[in-house]
Structure formats: C-alpha cells, structure tokens
Design a protein around this ligand. Structure first.
Ligand code: ADP
Ligand code: MG
Length: 731
C-alpha cells in the first residue's frame, strides 16, 4: 500500500528524507520542515503571475527576498583590490533597479551566469539584500529563468506562481519542486478530512486533499483563494471546538450553589453603598448572582472599560459566596494592585471586614492579603486562617497560586486584569473542580479576539462609566518642540498647585548608554528613551515645579517602598509621581488629574488607554499629555491619533486591531515561531470565527466527545496537547 510507509507511518507523517534527495531534505530541515505534513503545511507566502513583477521597492536590507524581475544589463570586469572577477547584473521591475553581483577567481563561471541572464531575460531572483555604497544589492543570488510569455501556453501564463517563505540556501523553487514531488505521490486517502461533512457543505468548502492541490498548484487565483478559505474555516472550527470542549468540561462538574441571602453580608453591604450602581453593574451583578446560585460553575469574563467599576461587581460576588459559607480569592497581577484592592475592600466593607473580631459586625467576614513580600510570620498566620476557613476573602498576587496555599472552601476565584495572566494561571486557581471563575479585563479587546482568546468564557460587559466621571482631554505633544515640552511641565505645575496630582510615565527606570531598543534608523532622530531617574533629576531642576515634592515608583522597588510611595501620592504629600508602567493597571487615586506620558509612541494603544484611565476618576477633569517622537504618517503616530480621538476602550480596541500588522495580533512567541493560526486573520475573518464558534458549540452540545466526527476529534485532541502558548503563539 502506497499510503503507508513500511514502518506503519502514514505518508503525511513520513520524513522527507524518505521521499526526497538527501540534499533537498537536509535543506528543508533547516527551515524546520521534517515531514511530508510539515512541507505541505508550508504554504506559499504569495502568488505572482508571469509578467507581473514583484516590486523591488519591497526589498529591505538584511532580509531574504524573492523578486521577479527582468535583466537590464550585465557586465564582467576584473576586481579592483583583489584578484578575480566580478559580474554585475542590473535587474528592474519597471520601477526600481537593483544590482546583483557574482564573484569568481576566473571569468569562466561568470560567463555561464551571463549567458543565462541575457538582457531582457525574465527570472526569479532570491537572496539576502545587502547594501553597497547606499544601493541595495543581492550577492550571489539564486535565480531561475522564467520562460517568456511567447514560449509558454496560455494555461501556464494564467497559472499563479507560488512564492514560498524561503531560506538563503533554499530558494522558493526548490521548495516548489519538493512539494511537487510529494504531491505526485499523494492520494486523497492520505489526507484526513478534519471538517465534518455538513460543515463543509454548509460553507461550500474544498475537501482537504483538493485544498492542498489548490494551495500549492493553483491553476487560477480563485483556486488558492478557495484553499485559503477552507484553511481559515479549519483553523477557526478546530480552535472554537477546543474552547467549547474546554468550557463544557469545566462546567460539567457541579459547584456548590451559593444563592444570595436576604439578610447576609452581601445585602448589608448593598444597603450601605454610598452611590447608586450603574445599570451595567446591576445587570452584570444579576448575571453573576444567577451563576453563583446554580450548580453549573461560573466561567465568566467581565469586560469593562477602565474605571467602569469592576471591583465593586467582584466584591459583591465575593460577598455572596461568603454568605453561603464559601471563600473567595481575588488574584491581582502586581503587588501594588493587590494592596490597593486589599485596602479598598477593607475600607468599603468597614466593620463588615472584621468578622470574629471585637467590635466587628456579627455577619462580618475576614479579609486577608497574601503577597510574596509578606514576612514569614505574617504569612504563616494568613495561611493558617485561610486553611481554617476563617478568612472569607483573600486578596493576593501569584503567591496565591503556590502549593503551600490551601483554600479549602474556595468557591469563587476572581482574576483581575486578566490580560496579565495566561490561561494556565487562570485555571491554576481553580484548584478544585466546581470553583466559580470570574475573570476581569480592564482593557476591552475586540470581539473576534475575545471569541478566540476567551472563547471558553461567557462574556459580560460594562460599557458605561459611573456617573459624575470627569472629562479627560488628551494632547499629543511633539517631543522635539521645546516650547511645547516646556508648556507641559508648566501645566503640571499648575495642576498640582491647584490641588491635583500628576503621574509622569517613563518607559525606562535608568538611563541607558546604549539604546539597543532603538533601530539604527531611529537612533539618529531621537534621543534615548526617557528614564525615571533622569526625569526626576530634570524635574527637580525645573523652575516651574520649584518647591513641589517629586516621588518615584518603579517595579524594582521593594513592596514597602512601593506602598509608601503610593500612600504619599494618595495623600498629596508627594503630588508628582514619576513612574514606570507599574501604575498602568488598576491604580485608583481619585485626586490624580494629570498624566504625562513620555515616549508615548513606544507604548501600545491599550497600555496608553490604561495609563490615561488613572486620571479623571475624582471630582476634577483630567489632562493627558503624551509626548511623541513619531513622525506623522507612521504607525506609531496613527496609534497616538486614535488614542487622542476617543476615550472609549471598546472603540480603541477595534482601532488597535486595525492598526496592527497581522503578525502582531496574537503576538509572536519568544522562539520566533508564529502562531498556529496561519491563515485565519483576527482582523478580517470575524465572520468565519463567529460562525465557527456557533457551529463548534452546537457540535459539543450534540456530542462533547466528538466521536461522530473523527476528523474533527483528532484535530481537536492534537490541538489540546499543545499548550496555549504554542497554540496562540503567546508568551
Ligand atoms: P475598574 O473597572 O477600572 O477596575 P474600579 O472598580 O477601580 O474601576 O472603580 C473606579 C472608581 O469608581 C472607584 O473609585 C469606585 O469606587 C468608583 N465607582 C464604582 N462604581 C461606582 C458607581 N456606581 N458610582 C460611583 N462611583 C463608582
Ligand atoms: Mg480595576
């Protein structure tokens, strides 16, 4: 049987060494292509047509490129400084020229290239772009002469030419030939069908075998486009089915129902609230109340814009489970945030947080804080109270995830600022099955991404901000204009003297001699990135800020130092706080009115939005001044314009997605390998993702084992053995 190699491997899993020549197999191995499957999944990057030239203007120094171009001129001459000869070939795509150089010790091999690359010859050239005296060139490129239109028949002219992601030693046509050799042996039986029959019919998709042919050997553009559509559907359906199955499993176990009591701590807390809950808070509160009252464990994402009041929502949920005899944990991404939550929960609860203590309320509970920097004795005490069930609400950082922490009656885990944690950590808190989970994200993410990254969660949204929220004006300040920058510090002085507080955010803590972060081209036009230490020095010398105390907050400070700095800022003792992005998430200082962001073009949109969310939270309007070095028309400058144009996090999330390059959407893992989603685009394929999600949920509801759809079952099982990091390419 042809489809099965002698050792029982299917053709798809067979090593390329068995099928191709050793040299080719070795070369492909360098690209990470070991098996037939690897090779067939190595899709062309794009397709070109004969006569349609790939723009030379896209060539970037240091990159490996493949261009289709015509030879303009060739010349051989002896080298100046050394023995030997040099062949120079000038190629053109009609708009731009580029030189190719070949060296040899005698002129003979050069004559061979010259004869193949005669004037007017159309060829594909592939090599690493270098720069010589300011002009881009390819040295010893690989090339393949293309037949000219007159010599080939019409069908061939129409045929799109696949261009593969190639390596220096493995040009695209070597890959094309290898793929061809493999395809010649491949039969429809070799390629398993992942998509259920009904799914394929519903969306009129190519079968898996046909799709491979159309991808690698398209006869027309429509062919590979259809192949792409099928691949996108496959990726979307597998991913959504993984998520639906995971959601099914986490909610299949029973959780202890903890219905709301009329005379418990939750009801008492509500009756004491100093403000009216927003409509959104009420609605989400009801959704959560219902989840907690049922046997099905809650598995919910709360998306709420910065300042929308998620903490109260979480606290009310925690109180409900405490009423029912359960414990609740609130996991925060940083110590600063954990402490802030702890203090604000204590102050909101008042005597309700002094359960069991003299003078405490009889229905009260105990709230504790657990972070890595807690002293040994204090830590033992907290762990003891937790294990004994005395602590109703525990607030903490990653320290909560440690094995030594036992929360025997854990009923609700709240993960704040979810974007800082991975799925694995999120799930680590669900120590026993049936724990209710509420994850909160402060930066709304676009719907398609929410469906992908958080597709296993039910979603609640808080779209409105509590009433009385203040205006915040945003100005992008060109950092190169000294008078503008001076005005910024003058404004900060005015704000602070009027009773406000100002954050000043820097991308670095200490100045760097060697700004390696910057690319060469940029280094010339901008100074090194602003650092906390340097800026403090500058501001202390600034006469507009004379007499004002300037504080410092960075992630490297000890937690006592951080707490002290935040407290002094809160009280107004230190009205100007120069900080890194440690203040990015969640920090709540109602009197803060000014936010200065240095090197704002270096920050992502959601980060900027988070930073700006730190001001305008009290009674006074805020100003956000973002200093930028980004020239107009750059991506960074567009991002800042978007940032200044709206304060709506949901709108910004969509804009962010639009402005990102595709590869950046789900991030690139440290190893540099791209996400497993090769075809699916978060930006463009929202419709496919949405319908795949609905279909996936339906399949799981019909048969969560997927036995009826063995192809899909296989693909889902394989995908689930990959960690989230592998799968989404995140780190
Ligand atoms: P975030 O959603 O960004 O975590 P917080 O929960 O920190 O927002 O809430 C921001 C501020 O708004 C807090 O000071 C909180 O006390 C206040 N707040 C929350 N809900 C309301 C409300 N319904 N009315 C007035 N203020 C509220
Ligand atoms: Mg918050």
């Amino acid at each position: 049987m042809k489809a099965v190699a002698s050792d029982g491997l299917t053709l798809m899993e067979t090593g390329l060494y068995r099928i191709l020549g050793a040299r080719t197999a070795k070369a492909l191995d360098k690209l990470g292509l070991e098996t037939v499957r690897d090779l067939l999944e190595h899709a062309p990057r794009r397709y070109v047509h004969r006569g349609e030239l790939v723009p030379l203007s896209h060539a970037v120094e240091g990159e490996n490129v493949t261009v289709v171009a015509r030879v303009l001129d060739t010349s051989v001459r002896p080298m100046n400084a050394r023995r030997g000869f040099l062949l120079k070939v000038v190629i053109s795509d009609g708009m731009y020229d580029m030189s190719l150089t070949f060296f040899a010790s005698s002129s003979r091999p050069l004559a061979f290239h010259q004869s193949k690359l005669q004037k007017g010859t159309l060829a594909t050239f592939s090599g690493t772009v270098s720069s010589y005296r300011g002009a881009l060139q390819l040295t010893h490129p690989e090339y393949q002469v293309l037949e000219d239109e007159e010599d080939v028949d019409e069908e061939d002219i129409a045929r799109p030419l696949p261009l593969y992601p190639a390596g220096v030693k493995v040009p695209t046509w070597t890959i094309e030939k290898a793929v061809g050799a493999v395809l010649d042996q491949l039969t429809p039986q070799d390629v398993k069908e992942t998509l259920p029959e009904d799914y394929r019919k519903r969306y009129e998709l190519l079968g898996s075998y046909e799709a491979l042919l159309a991808l690698h050997r398209p006869k027309t553009d429509a062919d590979w486009q259809q192949a792409h559509t099928r691949m996108k559907h496959e990726e979307a359906l597998v991913l959504q089915t993984v998520l639906a199955q995971r959601a099914h499993e986490t909610t299949a176990v029973d959780s202890e129902p903890r219905p709301r009591l009329n005379d418990g701590i939750a009801a008492e807390f509500d009756s004491r609230l100093p403000f009216e809950l927003t409509e959104g808070q009420k609605k989400v509160g009801q959704e959560i109340e219902k989840d907690l009252s049922s046997r099905r464990p809650m598995n919910r994402l709360l998306q709420g814009d910065v300042g929308s009041g998620k903490t109260i929502v979480a606290l009310r949920a925690m109180l409900q489970v405490v009423d029912g005899g359960g414990q609740a944990a609130l996991l925060a991404p940083t110590e600063v945030l954990a402490e802030q939550h702890y203090r604000s929960i204590l102050s909101m609860l008042g005597d309700l947080a002094q359960g069991g203590m003299f003078g405490g309320s009889t229905i009260g509970t105990r709230v504790d804080l657990l972070t890595g920097s807690l002293g040994a004795q204090a830590k033992r005490n907290v762990l003891g109270r937790l294990a004994g069930g005395e602590t109703g609400i525990i607030v903490g950082t990653h320290a909560l995830l440690s094995d030594s922490v036992q929360i025997p009656f854990l009923s609700l885990a709240v993960v704040d600022e979810q974007h800082r944690f991975g799925v694995d950590q999120r799930d680590a808190l669900r120590t026993s099955p049936g724990v209710n989970l509420l994850v909160m994200t402060a930066t709304p993410i676009p719907r398609t991404m929410a469906m992908t990254v958080f597709g296993d969660l039910d979603v609640s949204e808080l779209t409105e901000l509590p009433g009385g929220r203040q205006e915040v004006s945003t100005t992008i300040v060109p950092a190169s204009k000294t008078t503008w920058v001076n005005r910024v510090w003058e404004r900060v002085g005015e704000e602070v003297r009027a009773g406000g507080r100002a954050f000043v955010i820097c991308p670095r803590i200490t100045p760097t001699e060697n700004p390696t972060l910057l690319e060469d081209s940029e280094a010339e036009s901008r100074p090194p990135l602003a650092s906390v230490d340097e800026i403090i020095e500058q501001l202390q010398a600034n006469s507009d800020l004379a007499g004002l105390v300037i504080g410092r907050l960075t992630g490297q400070m000890s937690s006592e130092e951080k707490t002290a700095a935040m407290a002094a800022f809160q009280s107004g003792e230190i009205p100007i706080l120069v900080a890194t992005t440690v203040v990015e998430v969640g920090v709540d200082v109602p009197d803060a009115t000014a936010m200065v962001i240095l090197d704002a073009d270096r920050f992502g949109l959601s980060q900027l939005h988070q930073l700006r969310g730190r001001i305008g939270r009290g009674r006074k309007p805020g100003i956000c001044l973002a200093l930028s070095w980004a020239p107009p028309g750059t991506l960074a400058s567009d991002r800042l314009d978007a940032f200044a144009s709206t304060r709506d996090g949901f709108v910004l999330a969509e804009k962010d997605l639009e402005l990102r390059r595709e590869g950046d959407v789900l991030g690139t893992s440290q190893s540099g390998s791209r996400s497993h989603l090769k075809f699916l685009s978060m930006r463009k394929d929202g419709k496919i993702i949405g319908s795949a999600r609905a279909d996936a949920i339906a399949y799981i509801e019909t048969d969560h084992t997927l036995k009826q759809w063995p192809g899909l079952q296989d693909a889902v099982t394989t995908a689930r053995t990959l960690t989230e990091t592998d799968y989404l390419g995140r780190n």
